[in-house]
Design a protein around this ligand. Structure first.
Ligand code: NAI
Ligand code: 13P
Length: 324
């Protein structure tokens, strides 16, 4: 199978590396000419995954037409850009494996919904889980959820994407896999705030547990399965990104917790902290579904510039309630 990868950021590059190590023909579309040149020439993506020697068999391109012969397309552009990028590609009936984690602003669509709107003929799969790109690219053991409605296609894609250190677990819950990945980014910002504001490890553990309760309420309201939310793409990824400065979302929260302004933290950054874009859309979607998401609302207020102390005090002053 020939694999096409759309997006030359850290994650697209790491996934291209996994496929290349399996011996697949990999064509990677990247937006930045210097990424294309670096991968084809020096076999390195210095902009987004510096220091990782890439397989010489990965072929990078800036031309969507070069993806025409790929049998399956991994979509690894940031969530807010998936629609724009997909609109430029003739996909036909080829499977789209969606790897971005977020909800589209304006439409409130999950990435899978965006893909179906742009390419209704293409079957959609979601690949999501606890996967720092630099660890995957370095060949460290990693497991992901691979969610596809069609079981036969799910098995075929799992076979093709698996590697000795990269283990997909098949699921049919596409919405559940997507919601876990999108919501955990917002919660990772909150955990970074706890760290930055020096609120302690009890608070962080509480936030992970209450954040997971929030993710579950929203997921169930949108048709996700509880088991998926408790799996790799939900709780697994939540734990990873809520406990490491390797997470861009956690790092953004760390800065906010230290009292720095969101605009300053987001300005000029080349890498994407998806939670900053997802948080306001998630707040809207939660209101629409009549789901209480206090942590998400607090993250939104911090991104809008509210003082950290004020937001934390308001969160702690909420009326006491039943845990379940
Ligand atoms: N980095 C990681 O460890 C992981 C990232 N992801 C997800 O993968 C998606 C991509 O993230 P990364 O590869 O980490 O990105 P990155 O932060 O390494 O790089 C930014 C990416 O955004 C692209 N971009 C910027 N403006 C754009 C535009 N106008 N149109 C199209 N593309 C544009 C850049 O070309 C680049 O590919 C995100 O949804 C992220 O949540 C998922 C799992 C792991
Ligand atoms: O999704 C990720 C790991 O699973 C990457 O997290 P960040 O985008 O917060 O770096």
């Amino acid at each position: 199978m020939k694999i096409g990868v759309i997006g030359g950021g850290a994650w697209g590059t790491a996934l291209a590396q996994v496929a290349a190590h399996r011996g697949e023909h990999v064509t990677l579309w990247a937006r930045e000419p210097e990424v294309v040149e670096g991968i084809n020439g020096a076999h390195e993506n210095r902009l987004f995954l510096a220091g990782v020697p890439l397989s010489p068999s990965i072929r990078a391109t800036a031309d969507f037409a070069d993806l025409a012969t790929s049998d399956a397309l991994l979509v690894v552009a940031p969530a807010q850009h998936v629609r724009g990028v997909l609109a430029q590609i003739d996909v036909g009936t080829r499977p789209l494996v969606l790897c971005a984690k977020g909800i589209e602003a304006g439409t409130r669509s999950l990435v899978g919904e965006v893909a179906r709107q742009v390419h209704p003929q293409a079957p959609v799969a979601v690949l999501s889980g606890p996967t720092f790109a630099h660890e995957v690219a370095a060949g460290l053991p990693t497991a992901v959820t691979l969610a596809v409605a069609d079981e036969a296609l799910g098995s075929a894609l799992s076979e093709r994407l698996a590697a000795p250190h990269f283990r997909p677990y098949a699921s049919r819950d596409v919405v559940g896999a997507e919601i876990g990945g999108a919501v955990k980014n917002v919660l990772a910002i909150a955990c970074g705030v706890v760290e930055g504001a020096g609120l302690g490890q009890n608070a962080r553990a509480a936030l992970i547990a209450r954040g997971f309760a929030e993710m579950t309420r929203f997921g169930l309201a949108r048709g996700a399965r509880a088991e998926t939310l408790a799996g790799l793409s939900g709780l697994g990824d939540l734990v990873l990104t809520c406990s490491s400065t390797s997470s861009r979302n956690f790092s953004l929260g760390l800065g906010l917790g230290q009292g720095r302004a969101a605009a300053e933290l987001l300005a000029d950054r080349r890498t994407v902290a998806e939670g900053a874009f997802t948080a306001p859309v998630l707040r809207e979607a939660a209101a629409e579904a009549d789901v209480d998401m206090p942590v998400t609302a607090a993250v939104c207020r911090l991104l809008e510039g509210a003082p950290v102390r004020e937001v934390i005090d308001a969160l702690l002053a909420r009326p006491l309630r039943q845990e379940v």
